[in-house]
Ligand binder design. Structure first.
Ligand code: SF4
Length: 294
């Protein structure tokens, strides 16, 4: 029997991955817009449980080729523990080709370049990272716990180690009137680090009480639907990527598009532009939380 406890989230592209619990909660747990693990303190799973689960899967055979380590930030686990988990997976479930997980920027920076290379050899790849914005003041306001320079350093370190990753960006995260500025800042960093996959979502004030309270106190003004769509168009136009899949199909996206960059960029921008004509003016000029309630 496998050990599962607490809430388990996984990115959309891990739907065919084996879920292996190695931690609960998020080690950071402070982002202003996120309530995913608010009531669940971070804790590593007991190593004997992890080992027993890996051996259980190995004994029972599996067709899975990918494993996704469960938890808000399993990459924060010490290098030696991640290494041991990787070794056990390789030994007992040799079909597994990729070991993915959520990772924060600080958790990557805590690993040396040599350690990252060693983890890459064990199969660690497809890390899912919440960058959210390329603007320092936005990262700070949203309590992300890192700067743009630190993100750049961490992502370039992953590139050097040969560990691929997904970057998550949030349109509207900079608030009303700052969509274009945020789009250009997002594009600047992704152009530099060249992620293989970008997932975009749109900020909903309803995601978290803390964010709703900031709005209530007048400390954050949410962007409108029009601004969110225009931000995505501006971001796509400013990208200079060589081989990236752009996934804008998350269920929270008001207009769902996806495609390869740079090949599909004009098509994606065209789809978003056309969508502006499909929404009534009052919806376009409303924050997206009101849209959802409509
Ligand atoms: S967004 Fe990610 S890092 Fe931030 S609190 Fe939520 S799970 Fe943790």
């Amino acid at each position: 029997m496998m050990h599962y406890t607490g809430r388990a989230f996984r990115p959309p592209f891990e739907e065919n991955s084996l879920l292996l619990q190695v931690s609960t909660g998020c080690s950071h747990n402070k982002c202003a817009f996120c309530s995913m693990y608010r009531d669940e303190p971070f804790a590593p799973s007991p190593m004997e449980d992890v080992e027993s689960d890996i051996k259980f899967i190995g004994r029972n055979r599996t067709l899975f080729k990918r494993v996704f380590l469960v938890g808000g930030d399993p990459f924060v686990l010490p290098f030696e523990r991640l290494k041991r988990i990787g070794e056990l997976i390789n030994e007992h479930i040799p079909r597994i080709e990729v070991i993915g997980c959520y990772a924060t920027i600080p958790s990557i920076l805590r690993k040396t370049p040599e350690q990252l290379r060693e983890l890459a050899k064990l199969g660690y790849s497809n890390l899912n990272i919440g960058l959210e914005s390329g603007l320092d003041d936005v990262l700070s306001f949203m309590n992300k716990g890192f700067t743009v320079a630190e993100a750049r350093e961490a992502l370039l370190r992953l590139n050097d180690a040969g560990i691929s990753y997904t970057l998550n960006l949030i349109h509207g995260v900079a608030g009303a009137g700052r969509g274009l500025e945020n789009a250009l800042a997002d594009a600047a960093i992704v152009n530099e680090v060249q992620p293989k996959l970008i997932i975009v979502t749109v900020l909903y004030v309803t995601w978290c009480e803390e964010l709703a309270a900031l709005v209530e106190r007048g400390e954050f003004t949410p962007a409108t639907l029009r601004e969110d769509i225009e931000e995505e168009m501006a971001f796509l136009r400013a990208t200079d990527l060589t081989d990236t899949f752009f996934f804008g199909m998350h269920e929270v996206c008001p207009v769902r598009v996806n495609g390869f960059l740079p090949a599909d960029r004009d098509f994606l921008v065209g789809e978003l532009e056309a969508s502006l004509a499909r929404f009534p003016e009052h919806q376009l000029d409303s924050p997206i939380r009101e849209l959802r309630q409509a």
